[in-house]
Structures are given as C-alpha cells and as structure tokens.
Write a protein that binds this ligand. Structure first.
Ligand code: TEU
Ligand code: CA
Length: 548
C-alpha cells in the first residue's frame, strides 16, 4: 500500500500490520461495545503511526460466544458493529490514508447458529448435513472419541434429531466444518471472492492448518489434506491477485513452514507460536507457566530468523488478542514499562519479516488483574475452569495463570484518554477497563516526545526509509549471551547492527568484531551511540540500531 519506485518485492514486505480487536477498539454509538464507526473515527491515529494495513479480527454476524470467532453469517456484518455500508466506508477511508484492510478468515468452524448448521442438525438428508463432521457415538452413550475441546469438555456434542455427534475443536458453539466436502469448499471460496470484490487487502487465516485434518486417523494439527485444500483455495480465490495472505497455525514448525510459504506454497507468511509456547506446562498448558529467560526467547527468534533468512518471510509478533500484553510477559510493566516496551519493539521491527502491532501495544498497555473469573468474559477461561479445578489446580494458581497469560489481558478496551470510559465508550464497557487508563492512555503517551507511540512511529518510518530493514538478511551474534540480543542485517553495502538488552540490569560485554565500527544511529532508547568498539555497557532495556 506504500509502494514507491525504489522498493522491491510486494507491498506487504514494506508495510507494518496493525491488529484491531473490534469489540475493544472504539465505541462509536455509546453502547459499551466497539464498532466500525468507532474504528473509522480513529483511523488518523493509525495513519500517524504509519502502518500499511489493518488486520481486522472478525466483524461478521455472530452470537459472539468467542467474540466473533464463531460466525453465523459470513456475508453480513455483526449488527452491534455496524452495517455493510459502514464496512465499505472503512475500506474507502482506510485506502485514502494508504491503509489496506485484511479480513480474518475463520473457516475451520462456523457458529452453531449458522443456517448451515441449523439445517445440518435438523436432518441427515439435506446437503448441509455433510458440511459438518458427524460420527456415531460409542456404546453406553459415549462420544465417538475421547478427544477434548480446546475450550474445555469433550470435543463432541450429541444432537438428538440426527442421532449423531458433531465435532467441535473449540467450544460447542463452534462446530468444525467438513473440508472433505466439495460443496462446502465451493461455498467458502465463493464467500472469499465476495469479500475480495469489496476491495480488501487480504486474509489472516484462523487456525488454518486444522482444515487439513483427518478425523478418523486422529490427525488434526497440520493434517494430511492441508496442502491440497490450500492449493485449491489459492487457485479459486486469491492466486494472482495483489493480496496478502497470512496463515495462523499453532502446529507449523521450522520443518514445515516452507510448504506453506515457499515457491509451491499458497500463502505469503505464517503466524507461528514456538516463542509463545515457551514455558507452557504440558498438563495445564497456558495457565501454569515456567520461567522464560531472555536467552530462551532470543534463541527461538534466532532459529526462526535463520530458517527464513533467504527465501522465507516471517510474520513478526509478540502480542495478539489471544496472548498477554508483551510488556507484562517479556518486559517490565513496572519501573521500566516505557523503556522495555521500546526495547521489545526494536527487537521485533528490526528483524526480517512483516511486524504486527496489536492495538494498545503502541502505547505500552499492560495486563489486567482480575480477582475472580466473574470479571472475565473469555470462553476459554470459563470453559476450562471446572476442568482444571478437577485436575488439581487450585483457584489461586488458576487465577495467577490467567492474570499472567489469559486472553482477556489483551482484550480490555483501548485506552484513549483518562476519562471515565477511557475515551473508548460513554457507557459501561462490555469488559472492564484496566484501571491504569487514568495514566496510561493514547492522549498522554502521544503528548510525550519520549513516549512509546513516538518511538513506534520512528521505527515504522525507518522501514520505509532504509531498504536493509525490509530486504536484508539476518545474522545473529553473541548467540549464547544471556541478556543481549545482537544481530546484523545486511543488504548490498549496507549493514544494520541491532542490540537489545532484554533485562532490567546493566550489561557490560565486548562488541563482536562483526558489529564493531562507527555508524549512524537510526534509533535508540537512550543517548544515540556513534560507534561500537571494545567493551561497552548497555543500560537496563537499552536498545539501538546502527547503520553502516
Ligand atoms: O486461535 C487459535 C487457538 O488455537 C487459540 O485459541 C489458542 O489455542 C488458545 O489461545 C490457547 O490457549 C484462533 C483465534 O485467534 C482465537 O481467538 C479463537 O478463539 C480460535 O482460533 C478459534 O477460532
Ligand atoms: Ca458500539
């Protein structure tokens, strides 16, 4: 969207993405729920930031049991969010600011309130029955298999009218679609083309590897049919069009990534989660965490950057609507909140790939502290609570896990100003505001020339100004250093040296030869450095990038 004549390759290699979680971004009509007019009213904030496209979390018609990741009509806008007309205005107004709209494609499952599912659950006879995955139960009223749903309970629910069980990988309100059915595939592709005709810039594809599953062989993650389904989808829809496609997969690995995004792959980049899953427990996974050291984190990034340094392309992120706030998870939400937010941003935006900013990250928003699950709305938390209690986790442990790693941390409303509704709403917000909005908000941060927003704005502008940031390779240095993440990016005669102190302690170390020399400091959290030589000391959470 920001193409100039000097830039090489597709526009999305030079753009930064910004994720909007519509329910929590901006409420235009004062009912406590974010909406499309609210987003339109805040587009200038995003244009100032310099982003190239918005990834819009689902805005389709939905009973909202998983905040829109449960779709009841793929070709309608959720009434609380506005109308198709509002959507078209959003596309136009965004385009006028050089910003594209990337839609969230949620096609592993629909809502149980989708007309297809209503028909499918009413009778075995109609074509819609085959759009979902039905199996007979086992004797004794048992479900077809012992598989558990990601949001708690069995992954199968019985429907009397058809005397069969349907599969739902997530909640019972999210029945899995049957991708083995050609009729279903044709419906999905037609729907995608309908959105493409509305001028969108691409798709973010929710849990896309799951559409390749083979249920009877119990192959779910990155199932055997994924490659055929993606190839067919590309051909029928986005292939040959100037769109960006970003897959989301909790299963993609460094071994499999090129099958999605390589020469014969269908997609442009993948959200992958090795760095996110670091420290997760095998039994209570995200709600019981082991410590993640800076060394663990940087090793994961180095491994992926090295895999993708020549042919591949990375989707770079630390935060999204399913994850805790990055300053709380990897930085220091207390004394070093602002500096650690900048350090993490420097690390992310200077690596090779397309960086994504999650709403609120650009002002360093932090986690929310809940005392009980009644303050939370997430289907995952409510679905898993009883199960985890039964399995032996205490209430206190569960709440500690949720406050550290739960999804509502990132879903509290956007903090625009210090007013009662944080500038998000004039009503009661659908999910409680973080009380720190009185100090931590867009208005206050943007007034501060040393604020987080101004730093992000600079970082994003650098990508447009220096080809090495988008086009350069990647080489790690000081690989075993426990605190300093150091790497160089090289492009033609240009060399970019990036150093980030991922801790709240001062670090003294010797600059590796490959990074030594004088340079032009493009950005830094502290006083700009003119060169790197011999022994240096980096301040807590100091970060900088030097161009030679
Ligand atoms: O997330 C994929 C997903 O698997 C996560 O829900 C993840 O498993 C969970 O956070 C780990 O505890 C996508 C969407 O991003 C998420 O919001 C949806 O709830 C989910 O798919 C179902 O559509
Ligand atoms: Ca509203």
């Amino acid at each position: 969207m920001t193409e100039t004549t000097q830039q090489r390759g597709p526009w999305w290699k030079h753009a930064v993405g910004y994720q909007i979680y519509p329910r929590s971004f901006a409420d235009g009509n004062g009912d406590g729920v974010g909406d499309l007019p609210g987003i339109i009213g805040r587009l200038d904030h995003l244009a100032d930031l310099g982003i190239g496209f918005i990834w819009l979390s689902p805005v389709y018609a939905s009973p909202q049991r998983d905040n829109g990741y449960d779709i009841s009509d793929y070709q309608a806008i959720h009434p609380e969010y506005g109308t198709l007309n509002d959507f078209e205005t959003l596309v136009e107004e965004a385009r006028a600011r050089g910003i594209g709209i990337v839609m969230d494609l949620v096609v592993n499952h629909s809502s149980d309130e989708h007309a297809w599912f209503r028909a499918a659950a009413a009778s075995r006879e109609g074509p819609e029955h085959e759009y979902y995955i039905w199996r007979d139960g086992r004797p004794g009223g048992l479900p077809p298999t012992d598989r558990m749903a990601i949001f708690g309970g069995p992954a199968w629910t019985y429907v009397e009218a058809v005397d069969r069980w349907y599969l739902h990988t997530f909640s019972p309100g999210q029945p899995d679609l049957n991708w083995m059915n050609p009729g279903l595939r044709a419906e999905i592709f037609a729907m995608m083309n309908w959105w493409i005709e509305r001028g969108i810039a691409g798709f973010r594809m929710d849990v896309i590897d799951l559409i390749g599953k083979d249920v009877d062989r119990d192959l779910f993650d990155e199932g055997p049919y994924i490659w055929d389904h993606l190839a067919e989808m590309a051909k029928a829809t986005f292939h040959g069009r100037d769109l960006v496609t970003i897959g989301e997969s909790w299963a993609v690995s460094r071994e499999s990534i090129m099958r999605y995004i390589g020469e014969d792959g269908a997609l442009d980049m993948m959200f992958h989660f090795d760095h996110v899953k670091l420290g997760w427990d095998t039994r209570f996974h995200k709600f019981k965490l082991r410590e993640v050291t800076p060394l663990m984190l940087k090793r994961e990034f180095i491994a992926w950057q090295t895999t993708l340094r020549e042919e591949g392309w990375d989707a770079l992120f630390l935060s999204n609507h399913d994850l805790p706030r990055q300053v709380s998870r990897y930085g220091d939400p207390g004394a070093h909140r602002v500096t650690s937010a900048k350090a993490l941003a420097t690390m992310l935006h200077m690596m090779r790939g397309t960086p994504f900013v999650y709403q609120g990250e650009e002002i360093g928003m932090t986690n929310f502290r809940a005392s009980g699950i009644d303050q939370l709305r997430d289907v995952e938390v409510h679905g898993q609570y009883d199960q985890f209690m039964k399995a032996g986790l205490s209430h206190e442990e569960f709440m500690a896990g949720v406050n550290l790693n739960g999804r509502d941390n990132a879903r509290t409303p956007m903090q625009w100003d210090d007013s009662e509704g944080a500038g998000f709403t004039s009503a009661d917000p659908w999910l409680g505001l973080n009380p720190n909005h009185t100090e931590l908000n867009v208005a206050a941060d943007r007034r501060d020339p040393e604020g987080v927003f101004e730093y992000y704005r600079k970082l994003i502008a650098l990508r447009g100004a220096h080809p090495v940031i988008a086009e350069g390779g990647f080489q790690a240095h000081l690989e075993n250093h426990p605190a300093i993440f150091a790497f160089t990016r090289g492009h033609r005669a240009q060399r970019l040296s990036v150093m980030v102190n991922l801790t709240g302690e001062e670090q003294t170390f010797t600059v590796p030869d490959a990074m030594a020399g004088s340079g032009n400091c493009l950005i830094s959290t502290h006083a700009p450095r003119r060169g790197l030589q011999g022994e240096i000391t980096m301040a807590p959470w100091e970060a900088f990038a030097l161009l030679r």
